[in-house]
Design a protein around this ligand. Structure first.
Ligand SMILES: Nc1ncnc2c1ncn2[C@@H]1O[C@H](COP(=O)(O)OP(=O)(O)OP(=O)(O)O)[C@@H](O)[C@H]1O
Ligand SMILES: [Mg+2]
Length: 257
């Protein structure tokens, strides 16, 4: 599962129209609504997305999911953390969050943890993954931090060890949520997306440019990524149903914003 029908006539922006999920998480900083407002409406929206993803995987196979966006600062890490926490709430679902933004890692910072050895050290063959998995501080959620800084993130992520690692993580976890760098500035997110079972695009209302989001979708698709849907974050309207910007084709419009 996590399969989408491919239609040769599909236009950019139509790609995830069927599967698109809107998450409204206008919230107080730091926006970790699963943690700070667990009973609130916004946390429920994230749980709704989680439930959609679970429903797309009826066989319950372990899955890897990349969370990305076109450019920096659109809410990828916060969305990945919220989603990972929502999965961790499910009984008998083991979940790991992987910080694969080797250029600007931030999962540890958001979780109030120190930077330690992690993903790069595993990909460089310096340590086995079991040694660097840590508790994330929420239920049973585990974290694989970004690890030691490297000068050549694209090469490190491009190594054949990435596939081996994801395979290994799927032996131990039901859901592997991967926080990634943005799509447009480097090939990292495309490489991660191609290696994963599914990809979610974060689109930030009022900030994200449609053209950039569309270009990012095209890049992911060209590189072999399987885009399942998108997070739309930072909604200003009171009632999301009354906000015309929250339509399923919000990425399919004009070239302008
Ligand atoms: N829903 C939201 N509404 C408003 N601000 C948000 C929202 N989610 C996150 N933010 C804020 O936006 C900033 C960027 O968030 P985040 O780190 O998740 O983005 P990112 O896409 O991972 O950035 P980067 O590309 O630099 O890794 C943070 O200051 C965060 O607190
Ligand atoms: Mg980030």
């Amino acid at each position: 599962m996590f399969r989408r029908k491919k239609d040769a006539n599909e236009k950019i922006g139509d790609e995830f129209a069927d599967d698109m999920v809107v998450v409204v998480d206008r919230s107080i900083n730091p926006y970790l609504v699963l943690f700070h407002e667990s009973a609130g409406f916004r946390a429920e929206q994230v749980r709704g997305l989680r439930n959609r993803l679970v429903a797309m995987n009826p066989d319950g196979e372990p899955k890897t999911l990349v969370v990305t966006s076109a450019v920096r600062g659109e809410g990828k890490t916060v969305s990945a953390l919220n989603l990972a926490m929502a999965f961790a709430e499910l009984e008998r679902q083991s979940v790991v969050l992987v910080d694969a933004d080797l250029r600007s890692p931030s999962c540890e910072r958001y979780l109030n943890l120190n930077s330690e050895t992690g993903l790069t050290d595993v990909l460089l063959g310096r340590t086995p993954v079991d040694k660097v998995l840590r508790m994330a501080g929420y239920r049973n959620l585990k974290l694989l931090g970004a690890g030691s800084r490297v000068d050549n993130p694209a090469e490190v992520l491009g190594s054949s060890r990435l596939d081996q690692l994801l395979h290994r993580l799927k032996e131990n976890f039901q859901y592997v949520i991967i926080d990634s760098p943005p799509v447009l500035p480097s090939t990292d997110a495309g490489v991660l997306s191609a290696a994963a079972d599914g990809t979610l695009m974060v689109v930030r209302l009022e900030h994200s440019l449609k053209k950039q989001s569309r270009d990012a979708l095209r890049t992911l698709s060209d590189m072999g990524g399987n885009v399942l849907g998108s997070f739309v974050t930072e909604v200003r309207g009171q009632d999301p149903d009354s906000d015309s910007r929250l339509s399923y084709d919000s990425l399919a419009g004009d070239e302008d914003k």
